[in-house]
Design a protein around this ligand. Structure first.
Ligand code: PEP
Length: 272
């Protein structure tokens, strides 16, 4: 694991930060469980799924619950989750405020529909739609400027390319410190997304800790201590408890299992 840290951080100095981090990360952070419905559910189906999710999570306190739904499902789901513990999220946002950007959706449009969270930089967007760290950074800033919470996804394709994580985290760096309280980082190893292969609890925790260290380097310990770092990648009803018990894992970004209300409910319970 020492080698891993060196590869990730490119130099030895963060070892010290990681050690300091071990002390500072003992402070309790709230957990955030976010479902990513991806390109599933028509508005009619989305209403039913949202009702199902509500039935499973109602009365569960102690963690934040978010559903990130397709754009066209937002109004339908907003109706169902209004006044419940479920918060509404989107899966992407454009970086400009308005204008000639055919087919795009702005942060203010989302906000006006009751959206509070937005995923940016999901690996599927990076892989299929040409997202880069630069565009992810711009989208995150647009979301934050509109008062949304940005769930910024980072993750490596292969273990031997892990140094990429540091580069991606570094790309957050012109986000002002005062907006960092509205940033969530989701660590999602690409090889674990939708594959059924989960990182071990220790692997996931280690990288989440390293992400926190990198943030600490730039923003200081206080910001890093409060930063919510989620794990995503085949988290399910069976493995959630172990992952969520880890020191540096403050929640989950959940794809497949978020479409199954009972399983999603078990994950929310595990986060409590
Ligand atoms: C995701 O889409 O962010 C994800 C983690 O998917 P899955 O849970 O299906 O691996």
């Amino acid at each position: 694991s020492e080698h891993l840290r060196k590869v990730l951080c490119g130099r030895a100095a963060p070892y010290i930060i990681v050690e300091e981090e071990e002390k500072m990360s003992t402070k309790k952070r709230r957990k955030v469980i976010a479902g990513n419905w991806k390109m599933n559910m028509t508005p009619t189906e989305a209403k039913e799924l949202a009702k199902g999710v509500y039935e499973q999570v109602k009365g569960k306190k102690g963690c934040d619950v978010v559903v990130c739904v397709p754009f066209v499902d937002i109004p339908a789901v907003a109706q169902i989750v209004k006044g419940t513990i479920i918060k509404l999220g989107a899966q992407n946002v454009h970086f400009e405020e308005k204008g000639a950007y055919t087919g795009e959706i702005s942060a203010n449009m989302l906000k006006d529909c009751g959206v509070q969270y937005v995923i940016v930089g999901h690996s599927e967007r990076r892989e299929y739609f040409g997202e880069t760290d630069e565009t992810v950074n711009k989208r995150a800033k647009a979301a934050l400027n509109a008062g949304l919470t940005a769930i910024i996804c980072v993750g490596e394709k292969l273990w031997e390319r892990e140094c990429g994580i540091t580069a991606e985290v570094v790309s957050l760096y012109d986000i002002p410190e005062e907006q960092m309280q509205n940033v969530i980082i989701a660590y999602e190893p690409v090889w674990a997304i939708g594959t059924g292969k989960t990182a071990t609890n220790e692997q996931a925790d280690e990288v989440c800790g390293i992400i926190r260290s990198v943030v600490s380097e730039k923003y200081g310990k206080q910001v890093a201590k409060q930063l919510i770092v989620q794990y995503g990648g085949s988290m399910n009803a069976k493995n959630a408890e172990g992952l969520l018990a880890m020191e540096n894992i403050d929640g989950g970004l959940i794809g497949g299992a978020s479409l199954k209300p009972a399983d999603f409910g078990v994950i929310v319970s595990a986060a409590q």
